[in-house]
Structures are given as structure tokens and as C-alpha cells.
Ligand binder design. Structure first.
Ligand code: ADP
Ligand code: MG
Length: 240
């Protein structure tokens, strides 16, 4: 088991956003999280990456107690995250966007960082765009640079939070292709997405989250063809 989330609760003010989440993720598993806007999907991913603290429960990532403020220091090294907004530095080339954390966090030499970064850019099909600035790249290419930036750090898990939601429809496929390739290579992935095609053909397990609760989970065939919970049925009826 590489991620273990145990009875996690999280409130913002008076509003409880995660109401006792339990989730165990095996190494190499691809989990797709679906659910309505505001149901707590992003908050769940962010707690795993220690971008949000939790009120109670436990979160373990490869043996590190993320919930423990004294022990959670290294989780960013193990967990890569890709957001809806690509968050690239506009004044840096694609290559520099990828080398930055390698230099600063991993303390690599310039040559070593560039070698690792070029490998990551090649992996997302953008080796020849290494010298381009973000505004010289399409949205899909920018998101692939953001994925390369995360991959270059050699994470044990990748979190994707609506990574294709800001893209024009014709650019979604090039990003989901990179995600499919990663899944195929055995990367452990937690993916929040509205791309039901991706969920169907790539997920090992689909979780449906409603109001801070995982109300149903199962293999994609089961969730998409025979959801047992009425709230899952209603949600899928709206989105499919
Ligand atoms: P989802 O990703 O499923 O759309 P979120 O996890 O972003 O849901 O949000 C769940 C709920 O928590 C929403 O009601 C949202 O407004 C609230 N929320 C999220 N982040 C914060 C925050 N930093 N401060 C206050 N409320 C927040
Ligand atoms: Mg969200």
C-alpha cells in the first residue's frame, strides 16, 4: 500500500468538507475520483499532498505520516501534482520550468538537472519545445510541461486535479494520452477528472464522492453500467 487515508475529516470554518474519508491505494493503481463540484475532491487530493492540514484521521504516503506536522516534511518529494491551471513561470522556458525544482529542491548540478528535465520533456513529447516560453506553447503543451515538471522529480505518486478542464476540447486528448502512457508504465495515480472516457479505459477503480463522503467505489464497468447508489446514478445521469 502506498497511500493510506484513514477516517480523514476536514472543515473550512463551520463547513465539514471531508467527512471521514478512508482510502487505500496500492502501488501502480490508477484511481479516478468523480463527483459534483464542491464535493471535496480537490480538498482530498490537497490533503494527501499536505497542501491542506486535516482536523482528524491519518494520511500515510509510502510510510510517511503526512498528518503529523513533525514528520510530514518530505511528502512533496514523493507526490507530484498537476493542477487545472498549469502554473508555469511565464518568464522561464519549458526547460527552466522543469529544472527549477531539480536545482533548488534536489540540488542537482545544472547539467544533471538539464539531462533529467530533457528526459521528462521527451516523455511528454516536448523535447523539441524545451527552449519555448509558456506563451509560445498551446494550452495542451503547457500542461504537458507541467506534467514533465512533476515527473522530473521522480514522484512515487501523481495527483491530477482536473488537469484537462481548462483546455480547449481539441487539446484534451494529447494530455490524457500522456496520462494513459504514465498509467501503462505503472505510475500510481489519483485523478480527479470529468473525462469519463479516461475513467472507463484507464482507471483500476472509480470513486464517487458526494458531500465529502466516498459513497461508492468499484471497477469502472461496475460504476458506469451498474452504479448501486442512487446519488451515483443521478450524477452519472447528468454527466454521461
Ligand atoms: P471539488 O474539488 O469537489 O469541487 P473542493 O474540495 O474544492 O471541491 O471544495 C469543497 C468545499 O470546500 C467547497 O464548498 C469549497 O467552497 C470549500 N473550500 C475549499 N477550499 C476552501 C478554502 N481554502 N477555504 C474555504 N472553503 C474552501
Ligand atoms: Mg476541485
Amino acid at each position: 500500500m502506498i497511500v493510506d487515508v484513514k477516517d480523514v475529516r476536514k472543515s473550512f470554518g463551520d463547513v465539514e468538507v471531508l467527512k471521514g474519508i478512508d482510502l487505500s491505494v496500492e502501488k501502480g493503481e490508477v484511481i479516478v475520483i468523480i463527483g459534483a463540484s464542491g464535493s471535496g475532491k480537490s480538498t482530498l487530493l490537497r490533503t494527501i499532498n499536505n497542501l491542506e492540514t486535516i482536523d482528524s484521521g491519518e494520511i500515510w504516503v509510502d510510510g510517511t505520516a503526512v498528518h503529523d506536522p513533525k514528520a510530514a516534511h518530505n511528502v512533496h518529494r514523493d507526490v507530484g501534482m498537476v493542477f487545472q491551471q498549469f502554473n508555469l513561470f511565464p518568464h522561464l522556458t519549458a526547460l527552466k520550468n522543469v529544472t527549477l525544482a531539480l536545482r533548488r529542491v534536489k540540488r542537482m548540478s545544472k547539467d544533471e538537472a538539464e539531462k533529467v528535465a530533457m528526459e521528462a520533456l521527451a516523455k511528454v513529447g516536448l523535447a523539441e519545445k524545451a527552449g519555448n516560453y509558456p506563451q509560445q506553447l498551446s494550452g495542451g503543451q503547457q500542461q504537458r510541461v507541467a506534467i514533465a515538471r512533476a515527473l522530473a522529480m521522480a514522484p512515487k505518486i501523481m495527483l491530477f486535479d482536473e488537469a484537462t478542464s481548462a483546455l480547449d476540447p481539441e487539446l484534451v486528448g494529447e494530455v490524457t494520452k500522456v496520462m494513459r502512457d504514465l498509467a501503462q508504465e505503472g505510475m500510481t495515480m489519483l485523478v480527479v477528472t470529468h473525462e469519463m472516457g479516461f475513467a472507463r479505459d484507464t482507471a483500476d477503480r472509480v470513486l464517487f464522492v458526494d458531500s465529502g463522503v466516498i459513497v461508492e467505489q468499484g471497477a469502472p464497468e461496475q460504476i458506469f453500467t451498474a452504479p448501486s447508489n442512487p446519488r451515483t446514478q443521478q450524477f452519472l445521469h447528468r454527466v454521461l
